[in-house]
Every structure is written in structure tokens, then in C-alpha cells.
Design a protein around this ligand. Sequence first.
Ligand code: N6E
Length: 224
Amino acid sequence: MESFTITSKKVLTLVLVIDKAKQMVLLGYKKRGFGAHLWNGFGGKVEPGETTREGALRELEEEAGITVKSEDFKKAGILLFQFENDPVALETHVYKSYEFQGQIRECEEMRPQWFAFANVPYDQMWEDDQIWLPMLLNGQDPFYGRIYLKRKPVEDIQEGETTAAVNTSTSTHVNHSTTMTGTSFTTAQPKSGPFAMWDYQLVHSLQGVPHEIALDGTIASFEN
Ligand SMILES: CNc1ncnc2c1ncn2[C@@H]1O[C@H](COP(=O)(O)OP(=O)(O)OP(=O)(O)O)[C@@H](O)[C@H]1O
């Protein structure tokens, strides 16, 4: 795991708005920047002086034009993305809401669209989304974990690439402990995006959501 050693992290947010009655989730097509041409939740970097909650609500308003009342806005998980040969990890705080106010609108960065739970475009999303988003949609949150990604060879990220099925024969590593041990699966072939998921450790937590994941993966405290 030498090539996945990290020395610092950036704090990011990711927001999923869900229509429970219609069993649909609001995603955004990222038009530019990191993760361009992929569907994802709404979010971005947390600014100095902002809490992750405030940052998540601001990004949702900027990118989808909608607001969520504080009491409806729930922390669903925290994910530490580690990239091969990159000492800076991305600590992503995931939030969810079943309610929202305002008019959904497109912006320069994101094009929002509702998807039925059964039609989420996982083949046009970050590979890790297919691991944790079903958990969030099925109410198996909160969760936390680490996800390891490798940069794809350039020839694999050309348009029209064939997408090999991900090996899901081993079960997803979801348990009720607070440790993050065990390996789940390694993708046979990269799917979408500039990075391929290499490995992950994901835990369905009964204690709430960790405040943060330390660089060595340890968890100090939880919030509810
Ligand atoms: C590696 N696997 C991943 N899987 C799922 N989601 C991922 C992700 N890696 C990053 N993300 C999300 O992508 C957004 C990037 O945000 P990003 O555009 O960089 O931030 P922000 O809008 O502040 O950027 P600008 O400052 O406008 O450039 C942000 O929500 C972040 O959580």
C-alpha cells in the first residue's frame, strides 16, 4: 500500500436529495473540473471558516439552485478517497435530504436530473458511487470508509471504451464494527472516469458518522 500513503487531506462535501415517494434521486452532470462528464451528487470544497454542513448547503444552492432546512439535512457518511501516488486524500462528507425548497436549475458546472433508484447511471459515475450510493438509497446509512483509486492508463479513458462488468461475486464489505479491516474486491477493468477503483473498506456504522477519518484511518469521535 506504499503508493497510497497520504500526508494531508482536503475536505469536500457531497449532497444527495431524494424523493422518497417516487423513489428517485437528484444527480448532477458535472460539465467541467474534477469529475467532469460524470453524474454525481452536488458538492465541492469546504471554504475556510465554514462547517462541512454549511459548505454542503452552499454547494447545493450554487449547483442545483435549491435549499434544504437544517432539520431535514442529515449526515449520511464520510469517505476518504485515496489516490495512487497522491499524498493528498479527499475527505468527503456525504449528506442527504428527503425535502428541499426552491426551483431546481442548471448552472455552468452542473446539470441536475432526477433518476429512479433502478436507473441510476452507475456506468457514468465515479466507480465508488456504486458501492455507497445504494447503501444511502436503501437507508443503510450512516457509513464510513476508505476508497483507493488508481489513475487509468490514458488509452482506457477514451470515449466509447468498453466497460467490463465489475466483479461483484464477493459480497460488499459491510459490517457493524467500527474497524475498517478487510478487502472487498478489486475491479477487473476500469469503468468510467479518470480513475479506477482499486480497493475499498466500507463500514455501516451504528455509532453515527465519524467527525473525521484520520490519515491513518482511525476514528476518534462520532456525531449523530
Ligand atoms: C474519487 N471518487 C469520488 N467519488 C464520488 N464523488 C467524488 C469523488 N471524488 C470527488 N468527488 C466529489 O466531486 C466533487 C468535486 O468537487 P470540486 O468540483 O472539486 O469542488 P468545487 O465545486 O469546490 O470546485 P471548484 O472550486 O468550483 O473548482 C465533490 O462533491 C466531491 O465530493
